[in-house]
Design a protein around this ligand. Sequence first.
Ligand code: ZN
Length: 387
Amino acid sequence: MTASTRAAEPNGRQAPSVGAHAEKTMNSTNPSSNAIPAGATGTMRALYKHHAGPGLMLDPKRPIPAIGPRDVLVRVTHAGICGTDRHIWEWDHWAANRIPVGIVTGHEFVGVVERVGSAVGDKVKVGRRVSAEGHICSWTDYNARTGNAHIARDTKILGVDRDGVFAEFVSVPEENIWPVHPKIPDHLAAVLDPLGNAVHTVMSANVSAKTVLITGVGIIGLMAVTVAKCAGASRIFVTDVDEKRLKLARKLGAVEAYKANDPKWIEKVRAETRGDGPDVLLEMSGNPNAIDDGFRALRMGGTAALLGIPSRPISFDLSNHVIFKGATVLGINGRRMFETWYQMEEMLLSGRLELDEIVTHQIRLEDFAEGFRLMQSGEGIKIVMKI
Ligand code: ZN
């Protein structure tokens, strides 16, 4: 999910590890020894929105969620802190208008199936390591029935509209469960949700053998650099205001990283692209100036995929940026169910995604306040909590 949400191996010789921490995170497929008995109604630790204001509170005795016949109860082992969670933590305008007080937050996770409802099929077994698509719909509206469930009208989002994953247990419908490949380590499986945003954006724009400009290299923008490289982009250019992130973007495969406040950067990127401008724009910032600059830089007839969310309506030069330019503009929301998930798994298994430097910190659930501090200060990029 992105901030909008509508206001985001074993070291066998023949099986190379996908991530550096693979080995020690592999063994989470065994049912836990302290499993709760079937039908039990116990309590759990959970981070929830305790009031209509900043912060979150740890409830040591939140009731374990009930499950219906087609639901799966997952014991969460790792959860990523998203930009959306930061909005909820800071209680900004969007959060105050969207988030019900009392909700358990968080939507990026990996865990182990603890219990399944009576009607759940045999593909989802107790003990299986899983993540889940956090956009939950009834699969009955036009979009869901025509292959576009990611924009179903009745979508409810985990940790935004219903109880989420900053807790020991979460209840998710069977359809949303994503079995995690054993070669994908926990710290990466915990961030499949935002990685899926990056994969969805890149794959929508068809970047193969094309020059790509990424405006904004926050978490998902950085992921988009490595994803675009994996998807065959010829050369990747990025802009941002943060030196540290520009440097990391270069390391992940960007050939040029421009300071967004350098008045010459558009000229420079044009000079690098035969004077035409990049073929593809991936807008990941939501910043009105970055959007304007990105479209200025885009070549005539180029494609722009927009994932970043402006915090309010913006003014935009539609005539020059889209109409006269002959640009194709794509709005990107969530992840395609489940095409994006398969693409993402293949990219991870290819070993060509570099994500270890993006997941900068792993902390305990109890240290959540430090996690949000690391995120707000920019010291951390993606922070994963071990539940
Ligand atoms: Zn997210």
